[in-house]
Design a binder for this molecule. Structure first.
Ligand code: NAD
Length: 353
């Protein structure tokens, strides 16, 4: 370990982890001294929301199953009106980043406490970050007001996550840990969590692709995803997240798939500027970590090119230009022709260089 000074900020959250932990929800609501819970989900996860309503009985005062990707402000305002109408004193979100985003948006506007039961590996539940969209633009803010108070990780809630989404969602999580290793404000606490998380997911995801009901692999993947969420919430991100934000926003590309395609290329780009990080990554991913990440994507049948997830061929140039338009910290200096090459290789699904 290096002997450099560092700052570590821990975000307070109560975490319950394991199999069957959903049954602890009524106790957790009571622990917060709450009596009127509004349950949140996406339309596709209404049955999971209804299951929670059954557990809570009369403490559940409503279900809002209208959460959608990218937290549109109009949906959040609708949910806030419902929360006020039913007199909710806690929101309970069951789902992935979309549902957690809605819970955070409600907390931002009402100060209601949040209990989150994550069902994907996105990691939003561990961050004080909220990205909201209105009029086609996404605005991201960081405030402790949106940090969930309680997170119940129940591996059983993830067993139904389809194998395809499991692979891309897991690699999306790994991207948080990879970038945490070379963050400007990286620190040894987060780096050790990051390496543990990358290893857990790299081993678990191919097992889940073969058998999505492999309970041990699901346990390891969710554990890794939790740690990846801590990484994302604790230190700053760089080129990879910036590129994914640009590509997602400008070309309406799917979130987790975009992360999966870009990660090997962003890592390969930064590799020459951080040899010690690459050595640490070799310890958990094997030789040539960038190529190993692309192989991991293939092994879980995830996309490895931007063209197969809907990027237009003429978008490469524009994406490079947008990605360079705002300055941000990155371990290696950004040069437009090299960023264009990086996006071009990601477009084709070529090996990372
Ligand atoms: P998601 O929440 O939209 O879930 C993807 C789809 O899978 C949805 O249709 C959902 O209903 C379904 N699903 C989720 N869990 C399931 C399960 N166990 N079984 C069956 N179906 C299930 O997607 P996501 O990738 O989890 O989150 C992406 C969103 O989260 C994006 O908007 C992204 O910007 C945001 N995000 C925010 C942060 C943050 O810190 N603010 C971090 C990561 C992601």
């Amino acid at each position: 370990m290096s002997t450099q000074n560092f700052t570590y900020t821990g975000h307070p959250a109560r975490v319950i982890f394991g199999f069957g932990t959903t049954t602890q929800l009524p106790d957790e609501v009571e622990r917060l001294c709450a009596r009127r819970a509004l349950i949140l989900s996406t339309p596709a996860q209404t049955s999971q929301a209804e299951h929670l309503a059954g557990l809570l009985g009369a403490t559940c005062v409503g279900i809002f199953s209208g959460a959608v990707m990218h937290t549109p402000v109009d949906v959040s305002e609708h949910a806030v009106s419902l929360a006020k109408e039913v007199g909710a004193d806690v929101v309970v979100g069951v789902g992935g980043g979309s549902t957690t985003g809605l819970a955070k948006a409600i907390a931002l506007r009402t100060d209601l406490a949040q209990i989150i039961l994550p069902t994907t590996y996105a990691g939003s539940e561990m961050t004080p970050i909220l990205g909201e969209t209105s009029d086609g633009a996404k605005r991201t803010q960081t405030t402790l007001k949106v940090l969930p108070e309680v997170v119940i990780y129940d591996v059983d809630q993830t067993l139904g996550l389809p194998p395809g989404i499991s692979g891309t969602s897991g690699i999306n999580a790994m991207a948080h840990a990879v970038e945490a290793l070379y963050a400007r404000d990286s620190n040894p606490v987060i780096s050790s969590l990051a390496l543990q998380a990358i290893k857990a997911l790299a081993v678990a995801l191919p097992k889940i692709a073969k058998d999505s009901t492999d309970r041990d692999a699901r346990f390891d993947a969710l554990y890794g995803a939790w740690l990846c969420g801590i990484c994302l919430g604790s230190v700053g991100m760089a080129l990879h997240h910036k590129l994914c934000h640009t590509l997602g926003g400008s070309f309406d590309l799917p979130h987790a798939e975009t992360h999966t395609v870009i990660l090997p290329h962003a890592l390969a780009y930064n590799a020459p500027a951080m040899p010690e990080v690459m050595v640490a990554l070799e310890g958990v991913l094997g030789p040539d970590p960038a190529l190993a990440l692309q192989k991991l994507a293939r092994s879980v049948n995830a996309p490895t090119s931007l063209k197969e997830i809907g990027m237009p061929a003429d978008g490469v140039e524009r994406a490079a230009f947008i990605a360079m338009s705002n300055s941000y910290w990155n371990p290696r200096a950004l040069e437009i022709s090299q960023i264009r090459d990086l996006i071009g290789r990601a477009y084709e699904g070529a090996p990372p260089l």
